[in-house]
Design a binder for this molecule. Structure first.
Ligand SMILES: [Zn+2]
Length: 148
């Protein structure tokens, strides 16, 4: 239901309806893939590719992360994904999630880390996609998947 204040002109009324519809659509898209869905997705990916051994305590989107697609703090079990990934293909978001989940099990980017990540079948494809995004942006400080 969209309530309209009394005594609006037809034009005002239409504008009001459009504003309300835009707000609803924005809420809808946030609900469709917010932090809750991100955490559920991480849980599903962990179960599917890492035998459920990667158990993050928090998984969330962040907007203050401009040099990394994703990051994690293993001691806290927290994973953060850059909001820049929003709107990218699901397999790319899943790759970054898998990458950070794998860091909960193996720190650094040694052979053991990449062997673990081979479980996710679209790792190479997703890395290629992200490299392409970076190349296209031609930013002096391109974002990349990188962690301490
Ligand atoms: Zn990493």
């Amino acid at each position: 239901m969209v309530l309209i204040p009394a005594r609006m002109s037809e034009a005002e009324e239409q504008r009001w309806v459009n504003v309300m519809l835009d707000k609803l659509a924005a809420q809808e898209s946030r609900r469709a893939f917010g932090d809750t869905e991100l955490a559920e997705r991480a849980e599903r990916l962990s179960a599917q590719y890492f035998d459920g051994r990667a158990r993050p305590r928090s998984v969330r989107w962040v907007t203050n992360q401009n040099t990394r697609w994703g990051s994690c703090t293993p001691s806290e079990g927290s994973i953060r994904l850059s909001h820049r990934l929003q709107g990218m293909p699901e397999y790319v978001v899943d790759y970054v999630l898998c990458h950070e989940l794998a860091h909960l099990l193996v720190p650094g980017h040694g052979p053991g880390f990449w062997r673990l990540l081979e479980a996710y079948p679209k790792t190479e494809r997703a890395r290629g996609y992200l490299e392409g995004v970076v190349a296209a942006a031609r930013s002096p400080h391109p974002p990349e998947v990188r962690d301490e």
